[in-house]
Write a protein that binds this ligand. Structure first.
Ligand SMILES: *[C@@H]1O[C@H](CO)[C@@H](O)[C@H](O)[C@H]1NC(C)=O
Length: 221
């Protein structure tokens, strides 16, 4: 339910502005609007990220330790994982928003993007963006890669169990439940890697927009 909630707001941070720009044939966003959009995008993207990792753990326990499922997924643990995810996502988004707020943008406070993701935003700033880039590549990557590694490890265990035990109705059902999770995970990480881990100089606006639409519209849907 938390993932549905996050995904609803994730799309709502971008789609209305995108439609408005399409109707007005505009390609810009003003700085006072850009910062909150960036903050919420970053918060909900990381929240998606963490919740997908928590759900991978759930799949992992269901497939690999089916008899211990009720003892390993107690409500207190679930609540702790969800609350912890919210706290980290909010702090991380605040950090990057505050760092961006220090920069100056020369073109009359109008940003020639309709979509405020961090890296393209650094490309249009006229101040020194070293600190921002360093934070994205260290703290930002850590926050994105840790859940990804957890998901990867979970799926390696799940696959080894599914290949080892004789195929029964039960394992087939578990694997199909995890299949939709796996599809979302692939879409989500595939597009995030394209957007965030490209050097900003080789960014083409169309590519960014296509990837951003993928992970704020297609994946949540
Ligand atoms: C999110 O998860 C927490 C902990 O499990 C739960 O108490 C809360 O109701 C959920 N919130 C939403 C909006 O789904």
């Amino acid at each position: 339910s938390n993932l549905s909630f996050v995904d609803l707001f994730f799309s709502s941070t971008t789609v209305p502005k995108m439609l408005a720009n399409h109707i007005l044939r505009s390609q810009t966003i003003s700085f006072p609007r850009c910062l909150p959009q960036m903050y919420f995008l970053s918060e909900f993207a990381n929240m998606d990220n963490f919740l997908l990792a928590v759900m991978a753990y759930d799949c992992f326990v269901a497939v690999c330790y089916p008899l211990h499922y009720t003892t390993k997924t107690i409500p207190q643990l679930c609540a702790l994982l969800v609350i912890g995810s919210w706290v980290i996502a909010i702090l991380n988004a605040l950090l990057h928003a505050l760092l961006i707020a220090q920069l100056s943008f020369c073109a009359d406070n109008i940003i020639p993007l309709f979509f405020c993701v961090v890296t393209p935003l650094l490309g249009v700033s006229c101040s020194d963006t070293h600190l921002n880039e360093m934070m994205i590549f260290t703290e930002g990557s850590l926050i994105m890669i840790t859940p990804f590694v957890c998901i990867l490890v979970s799926y390696i265990c799940i696959t080894s169990v599914v290949l080892r035990v004789p195929f029964t109705k039960g394992t087939g059902k578990d694997f199909s439940t995890c299949g939709s999770h796996l599809a979302v995970v692939s879409l989500f990480y595939g597009t995030i890697i394209v957007v965030y881990f490209n050097p900003s100089s080789s960014h083409s606006a169309e590519k960014d927009i296509a990837a951003a639409v993928m992970y704020t519209v297609v994946t949540p849907m």
